[in-house]
Design a protein. Structure first.
Lengths: 259, 80, 222
């Protein structure tokens, strides 16, 4: 439990500051320190954006699966909220991967899409899968069941991600593959810049997850207070909320109820 | 077609980073809108807490004060 | 008889009596072949093109069965029976997945010869391809049963299952079509990368059987 307390002491503000600092350092290194790529030229600089986005998004999906396992094991809905937000942010990062990848492809090869680029294709598939997470949640009304089923989905999809990468790579034509440069075999200065950018991107993801979780908790607590004050549930939101309600007490009560 | 002083590869790199920043900004804007709504609702709740409830149950001053404290705690808890 | 055996037998007997899924699957596959003949404007297929028609068609036919996998349970309260019975609920997963594999095997026994009749010049690659198809069926069954359960309990059930399933099944398509491209080549089967595809299929089957086995209980909870 000390670890949990330690993690909680890393406040949102500190995370945000760390993110800005590390990302600033990373991209400073990328543009001012790392040399220009001999083959690709200046356009290779997109590498420092696209690949960290991809790695962090993928790890995020797997983390969401692990969080979902915790949810099923403990029944505490805070894990479901964490899993949901992790998937949500990884999907957004995934959009970033596809867009930056398309721009890189256009700059490198003159086409907006390249089937022979395994990262792009894998991401397309992963994106298509996780995009169904929302209609899935929306289609199940019962809050408890919705959370449980979403967790099973997150676990299934999380197991799918590495397998999908392996499969798409295996499908690449052995002759004339076309890939963006990857992180292996980089000269020292490029590797350093890349690693700092990767750390910055990871910090960004964690910060945004924490940010969104805090915001959700606030909305949840707000509903509680309103209900307690007898004001009803307030004006109905325009769309039925599919996001898990993450209030501190609700999750505890539910966890206790499961024992 | 105005010849841009920016070289082609610069345009693509710039475009990619711009897209990333735009995504980030859009996300922040949506979260800000959500936060504004929470703020607004908190304000109306404070009002609700300061007058007797619709159910007409007797609310003694102590209960209202407790609830005000709850709201303060929520506000403070989310500042960190 | 074990609960697994009882459940499996019940499912197979119901299917035999009502013929709910199998005829539809077979008809769908054959109609799809005809559509491809005209869509591609070809009368023979080999290699990648043959695999590219056969594997997706089988996959879409499988979706028909997967969509209907829990119809009986849904309509006749079978889920409650399973919940009340003093057996491990995962047995339902095993029984349903096995039933699905059996349906798919029967489908392929009908559809693949017809495909060969319509389009293939050489059938020597079909035997090793049968192994590929069997492994693919197991993967389809594992993932299909889990997603079918999820979809059954939701409100958009007919739409949700194919939507979630199609991306999930892409590695199977990659492996099966990849193997088929070599095995169905016009000048006889070639075993290039056969091991890679089999390994991929095996890994997929293992992982998703495990996932299904571990999470099925949570799907059935009230």
């Amino acid at each position: 439990m000390d670890m949990a307390r330690a993690l909680r002491s890393i406040t949102l503000r500190r995370l945000a500051i760390a993110t800005v600092l590390v990302m600033g350092a990373g991209y400073g290194l990328a543009f001012l320190y790392a040399p220009e790529d001999a083959d690709q030229g200046f356009i290779q600089k997109i590498f420092y954006l696209h690949v960290p986005l991809a790695i962090v998004a993928l790890v995020g999906f797997i983390v969401a699966g692990l969080l979902a396992i915790q949810h099923l094991r403990t029944g505490d809905s805070k894990w479901d909220a964490r899993s949901y937000v992790s998937i949500h942010l990884s999907v957004i990062f995934g959009v970033g991967v596809l867009l930056t990848g398309a721009i890189w492809a256009k700059g490198s090869w003159g086409v907006w899409w390249e089937w022979r680029e395994p990262t792009l294709v894998s991401f397309l598939i992963v994106f298509l899968l996780y995009a169904t997470y929302y209609p899935l949640r929306y289609a199940i009304e019962d809050r408890d069941r919705q959370a449980r089923y979403a967790s099973v989905f997150a676990i299934t999809a999380g197991a799918f991600v590495p397998l999908n990468f392996a499969a798409v790579r295996a499908a690449q034509p052995l002759v004339h593959p076309r890939t963006f440069s990857d992180a292996g075999g980089l000269p020292g200065s490029m590797l350093l810049a890349f690693l700092v950018c990767l750390a910055g991107m990871a910090l960004l993801w964690v910060t945004l997850v924490r940010f969104e979780l805090t915001s959700k908790r606030a909305s949840g607590d707000l509903k509680r207070i309103r209900r307690a004050l007898g004001g009803g549930d307030g004006p109905p939101s325009p769309a039925r909320s599919i996001a898990p309600v993450a209030t501190s007490a609700m999750s505890q009560m539910r966890a206790e109820g499961r024992r | 077609m105005i010849p841009l002083a920016i070289e082609n590869s610069d345009r693509y790199v710039g475009g990619a980073y711009l897209v990333f920043l735009l995504l980030l900004l859009i996300y922040v804007a949506i979260m800000a809108a959500k936060l504004q709504r929470v703020q607004r609702d908190l304000g109306s709740l404070a009002e609700l807490a300061e007058r007797p409830s619709r159910e007409g149950a007797d609310r003694d001053v102590g209960q209202i004060r407790d609830r005000e404290q709850e709201i303060q705690a929520v506000r403070q808890g989310d500042r960190g | 008889m074990s609960p697994f055996g009882a459940l499996l037998r019940k499912d197979l007997r119901v299917e035999l009596r009502t013929l709910r899924s199998l005829p539809a699957m077979a008809l769908f596959a054959v109609s799809a072949f005809v559509i491809f003949r005209f869509g591609l404007d070809r009368t023979t297929l080999d290699g990648g093109l043959a695999a590219g028609v056969l594997v997706p068609t089988l996959l879409f036919a499988a979706l028909l069965a997967i969509n209907r996998l829990f119809v009986a349970e849904r309509e006749e309260g079978g889920f409650d029976l399973i919940r009340l019975a003093p057996i491990d609920r995962t047995v339902l997963f095993a029984a349903k997945a096995s039933a699905l594999v059996i349906y798919l095997v029967i489908l392929e026994l009908i559809a693949v010869p017809i495909f060969a009749l319509f389009f293939l010049d050489s059938v020597s690659g079909l035997l090793p391809f049968a192994l590929v198809l069997l492994l693919t069926n197991i993967g389809l069954a594992a993932t299909g049963t889990v997603i079918s359960t999820i979809a059954t309990m939701s409100s958009a059930r007919d739409l949700l299952a194919p939507l979630i399933l199609l991306p999930l099944l892409i590695p199977l398509v990659i492996a099966a079509a990849g193997a088929g491209e070599h095995l169905l080549a016009s000048d006889g089967p070639d075993y290039g990368r056969f091991g890679t595809w089999l390994a991929l299929l095996g890994l997929y089957d293992l992982i998703f059987l495990l996932v299904g086995y571990a999470t099925f209980d949570f799907l059935l909870e009230d």
